[in-house]
Design a protein around this ligand. Structure first.
Ligand code: HEM
Length: 224
């Protein structure tokens, strides 16, 4: 147990934890975005998909606990690495800092704001604490009408704006985070750096367009 703790808290252990938790979060974001895009196939498709995800309460809660654990590891290790980097600034720190991209220098801030956004998002669409009237939205099979909930949720332009800003920050975070994740896993070297950095930016743009297209489509009345 002590040996495991030492490995996990070592510099390499922390990088590995950031890399692995990053891969799992990127996988979740990709699957969630593809799931959300089913709204463009109509209410039946989205609701069927949402019901399928909740078919087994054990699996659903197992997944939720695993996600909470992955997010906790990602945030705690990121905070630890940030505190460490403040404590051990190299002499030419200013030079290095200026060379780093703005996205890389603001990772901890964008990450913490995304955490707040996810908290709001869960209170909004999962727990319905912000909108208890969502509980009453049922489809023809008397199951939760997730399609109607999303349309009604985004019919408030201020709520849509919060989501667009939230996913913009997420994309900003990913534009550097994916490169950093590959570096932590030892998959980014001098030869592959350019390709990986480019792919990270493309992925970030795809996530922004895929996620923001839902509130945008409600705003422009493309779906109703
Ligand atoms: C415009 C963008 C988004 C839309 C339309 C959306 C839609 C939804 C909906 C409808 C649910 C509830 C599903 C249900 O009750 O069946 C949900 C849950 C969730 N979303 Fe999103 N989402 C968006 C962005 C995000 C982002 C950016 C993240 C994370 C970075 C995220 C993370 C989650 C999580 C963690 C849950 C809870 C899953 C659970 O029920 O345990 N979502 N989302």
């Amino acid at each position: 147990m002590k040996a495991l703790f030492e490995v996990v808290t070592s510099s390499i252990g922390k990088k590995l934890l950031m890399g692995v938790s990053g891969v799992l979060l990127v996988a979740f974001i990709t699957v969630h975005m593809l799931g959300n895009l089913q709204i463009f196939l109509g209410g039946h498709a989205l609701n069927q998909y949402a019901h399928f995800l909740k078919i087994s309460p054990e699996l659903l809660w197992g997944f939720r606990l695993a996600m909470a654990g992955i997010i906790a590891v990602h945030v705690i290790v990121a905070l630890a690495l940030t505190v460490e980097s403040f404590g051990a600034r190299p002499k030419d720190y200013e030079k290095e800092r200026n060379a780093a991209s703005l996205a890389s220098r603001t990772m901890i801030v964008s990450g913490l704001v995304i955490l707040l956004f996810v908290g709001y998002h869960i209170l909004h669409f999962t727990a319905h604490l912000t909108n208890p009237e969502f509980d009453a939205l049922l489809d023809a099979d008397s199951k939760p009408d997730v399609y109607r909930m999303v349309i009604e949720g985004f019919s408030n332009p201020w709520v849509s704006l919060v989501y667009v800003v939230g996913v913009l920050l997420l994309s900003w975070h990913l534009s550097h985070g994916v490169s950093s994740m590959m570096q932590s896993l030892g998959l980014r070297n001098r030869r592959s750096a350019c390709l990986i950095d480019g792919a990270a930016v493309v992925f970030a743009v795809v996530v922004f367009v895929g996620m923001a297209s839902v509130p945008a489509a409600v705003y422009f009345k493309l779906i109703f």
